[in-house]
Design a protein. Structure first.
Ligand SMILES: [Zn+2]
Length: 268
């Protein structure tokens, strides 16, 4: 009995195939059976797309091992992966307006609260699409990378949240292109800290963000194609110069968008 059971296990195909960068801030694109339930680190995380595709993101401070499981043939089948560490510098920015570092003005506190509510609602989007599958390109044509993902920030001497984006410097008015297809789930022209902000849902819990825009060219609810113009670079909100802050989240985990470039989902 035991022999037969272990033999049956060994003969089974791998529960899924995957591509991507298995490191802190990185992403895995997986392919398994259509609609198969997925669990990550022991927590249920939805089901694979009708093509069998799914996404797993690894947070800035992800532990050294991750477990990814799919439910197939009546049971969970898990694989564990080593997640490579990333290194993060400390970045000090001084001379910011104090109300943009820690607001004390009740009107600004209210505005930040309203902005957060809008963003939380958009981040809850779970579009039933797999628009990430062809991979991502840079959203600007000739960007200069000024601040990488993950740096620990000290603003006006106060330790603050890490930088959860990649800053791409470019003149005000430079067109921003959708780096992959998706569904626009938020397009707000003037948030307090983020300025003009667009959020695009690429499916399977993967949502990208474009901050500080001077102009938006898409609306919430619109589907966009790869390289479609979505707005213009600006310096609205908390920005010390014109740039695009490009961010990415998988569910509640913050990812490094630069690690998405040129990674395609495994082909069938
Ligand atoms: Zn930024």
């Amino acid at each position: 009995m035991c022999l037969a059971a272990s033999r049956a296990f060994a003969d089974e195909a791998a529960p899924f195939v995957h591509s991507g960068k298995l490191m802190q801030g990185g992403v895995m694109f997986g392919r398994t059976e259509p609609g198969a339930p997925i669990a990550v680190d022991g927590k249920a995380q939805g089901v694979a797309s009708p093509q069998g595709l799914f996404v797993v993101g690894f947070d800035r401070d992800a532990p050294g091992t991750a477990s990814v499981a799919v439910y197939r043939a009546g049971r969970w089948m898990a694989q564990s992966f080593d997640i490579a560490p990333a290194t993060y510098d400390i970045q000090r920015i001084d001379n910011l307006p104090q109300q943009m570092v820690t607001a004390t003005d009740p009107a600004i506190i209210e505005r930040e609260k309203a902005d957060r509510a809008l963003k939380d609602k958009a981040f809850a989007s779970r579009a039933d699409i797999d628009d990430f599958k062809g991979g991502f390109v840079l959203p600007l044509e000739h960007p200069v990378r000024t601040s990488p993902f993950g740096v620990q920030r000290v603003l006006n001497g106060e330790p603050k949240a890490p930088h959860y984006g990649v800053d791409l410097a470019a003149p005000v008015g430079t067109p921003i292109h959708a780096p992959a297809p998706g569904l626009v789930v938020l397009a707000e022209p003037d948030l307090y800290l983020d300025g003009g902000l667009t959020l695009i849902d690429h499916g399977q819990g993967l949502i990208s963000m474009y901050l500080h825009q001077s102009r938006l060219d898409v609306k919430a609810g619109e589907r966009v194609g790869r390289l479609q113009p979505i707005g213009l670079v600006g310096m609205k909100g908390r920005a010390t110069g014109p740039h695009l802050c490009w961010r990415m989240k998988w569910r509640d985990r913050n990812l490094d968008p630069s690690l998405m470039i040129a990674t395609e989902a495994p082909k069938a």
